[in-house]
Design a protein around this ligand. Structure first.
Ligand code: RB5
Length: 152
């Protein structure tokens, strides 16, 4: 599985933890920064990951900022991106089962490291449930199509 990851300065420490966790033969990691404590703007790094998930260059994305809020706003602007701000293993599991989440968003200042490891493992290993949730995701795709027609 190809996973793109990025953070802003507020998510840097958490990103480092997650990159270590992802070092695994079945996973190819693409790290789009940031790489230092210097203050940066989360939309720049969020866009790097969300655009690659949107155009299917990678299978999934992980984004971390202070609260996860800014990264969520950015990522969900991209067609086909279903970015979910998760707080624990339960929300991570539900985000896969019901929402077919393809971008996991984490608050680096709001979530404990131990919880995050569990969340990431759960998010990676849980499959989309399909069934009635397909219809709902179809409605989201339909909204995206209608909005993009208005832009054209
Ligand atoms: C940076 O200070 C902070 O605003 C950012 O990491 C994020 O929490 C925004 O939503």
């Amino acid at each position: 599985m190809k996973i793109a990851i990025a953070c802003d300065h507020a998510g840097l420490e958490m990103k480092r933890e997650i990159v270590e966790l992802l070092k695994n033969p079945g996973i190819e990691i693409f790290d789009f920064g940031t790489y230092s404590e210097e203050s940066v703007d989360y939309p720049d790094h969020g866009a790097e990951v969300a655009s690659r998930v949107s155009n299917q260059e990678v299978d999934r994305g992980i984004l971390i900022c202070g609260t996860g809020l800014g990264m969520s706003i950015v990522a969900n602007k991209y067609n086909g991106v279903r970015a979910t701000l998760c707080h624990d293993a339960y929300t991570a599991e539900m985000s896969r089962l019901h929402n077919d989440s393809n971008v996991l968003v984490i608050g680096g200042r709001t979530t404990a490291k131990e919880i995050v490891k569990d969340m990431v493992r759960t998010w990676l290993s849980t499959s989309f449930e399909g069934g009635r949730h397909n219809k709902r995701l179809g409605k989201i795709s339909q909204i995206e199509k209608e909005l993009s027609k208005k832009i054209d």
